[in-house]
Design a protein around this ligand. Structure first.
Ligand code: IPM
Ligand code: MG
Length: 369
């Protein structure tokens, strides 16, 4: 067996710190489970800009196309804030998503029991929470043309972005949501702003079309995205799968992250259409960013990145049982009370470092044999 080719892009800020723990976890699966992973490492974001003057080098993009799965840390840091949009670290990530056509972004918000008291919401609201947000990732206002800043005719300037969606783009991401719902509780809630946006009207009609014609067994509902945000914090367990556009999905998934206790817990998978390789192009990354305020201090929570690798096991390599094993190791580590500072609320208790959290997860993996 040639093995699975992983491209690791640690990126900026805390990215390299959390990805170091992922590398140890991958090493464990290679040695203790005999799964042949080969890792290639490369640069993205500010790190790539420093080396090549671009946040995503063409060679890196080529490696990304050839990989079976991409594991990404984070892109972005304050040092690059003044750069032109075209070379900002975030552009590297957006280009990767667009070039590989990773249109379906899966962001599960799960509240582990050990963390139910860490959410800013009450335990009874979040305990047992398991919501899957499916965010459209390659279109909408993130990519729509025209865009830009130009002079207006009053001596000022005008900033323009365009929200744009096609039937094809809406239907394919809707199908991803319906397929996931079939393997879960069978409910999809679609969110847009059909009350003010034509693209929202189209979104609602096309999702309904897919539901009526292809997934009559799935219960489909619609909500305006603002009302959806409110419901997400009021009574999140009413949701099973949420499907929404690129911008609303960005915002709603950060809100959902806090339901699970910390932004440091939320993994994600970005998937393309199933390709010639038999598996889709796929990128796995934590939802949290580069966290410049804690970079280099051993404070970063590696759970979101490690859980992102669990998603890779499940969605790229069809190794669901190994994914379960890894998720259980994370859950058991939290149940033991091992916590990075983002999860610590108890005074006088020493927080775990990033590497100590990794140690504890590896110990639970070892125990699972
Ligand atoms: C995310 C991030 C990105 C986005 C940024 C870093 C470009 O916030 O993945 O949620 O807006 O999509
Ligand atoms: Mg975001």
């Amino acid at each position: 067996m040639a093995g699975y080719r992983l491209l690791m892009l640690p990126g900026d800020g805390i990215g390299p710190e959390v990805m170091a723990e992922v590398a140890r976890v991958i090493g464990w699966f290679r040695e203790s489970r005999g799964i042949e992973f080969t890792i290639t490492e490369d640069l993205i974001g500010g790190a790539a800009y420093d080396a090549h003057g671009t946040p995503l080098h063409d060679d890196t993009l080529q490696r990304a196309r050839e990989a079976d799965a991409i594991l990404l840390g984070a892109a972005g840091a304050p040092a690059y804030d003044k750069l032109d949009f075209s070379v900002k670290p975030e552009r590297g990530l957006l280009k990767l998503r667009k070039e590989l056509d990773l249109y379906a972004n899966l962001r599960p918000a799960i509240c582990f029991d050990a963390l139910a008291d860490f959410s800013s919401l009450k335990r009874e609201v979040v305990a047992g929470l398991d919501v899957m947000i499916v965010r459209e990732l390659t279109s909408g206002v993130y990519f729509g043309e025209p865009r830009g800043i130009s002079p207006d005719n009053e001596g000022g300037r005008v900033g323009v972005n365009t929200q744009r969606y096609t039937t094809h783009e809406i239907r394919r991401v809707a199908r991803t949501a319906f397929e996931l719902a079939r393997r879960r509780s069978g409910r999809v809630c679609s969110m847009e702003k059909a009350n003010v946006m034509e693209s929202g009207v189209l979104w609602r009609e096309e999702v309904q079309w897919v539901g009526d014609n292809e997934y009559p067994d799935i219960e489909l509902s619609h909500m305006y995205a603002d009302a959806g945000a409110m419901q997400l914090v009021r009574w999140p367990r009413q949701f099973d799968v949420i499907v929404t556009d690129n911008l609303f999905g960005d915002i709603l998934s950060d809100a959902a992250a806090m339901l699970s206790g910390s932004l440091g817990m939320l993994p994600s998978a970005s998937l393309g259409a199933p390709g010639e390789k038999g598996r889709p192009n796929a990128l796995y990354e934590p939802v949290h960013g580069s966290a410049p305020d804690i970079t280099g201090q051993g404070k970063a929570n590696p759970c979101a990145s490690i859980l992102s690798f669990a998603m890779a096991l499940r969605y790229s390599f069809d190794l669901g049982e190994e994914a379960d094993r890894l998720e259980a190791a994370v859950e058991n580590t939290l149940a033991d009370g091992v916590r990075t500072p983002d999860l610590l609320q108890t005074e006088g208790v020493q927080p775990a470092t990033t590497a100590e959290m990794g140690d504890a997860i590896l110990a639970h993996l070892q125990q699972s044999l």
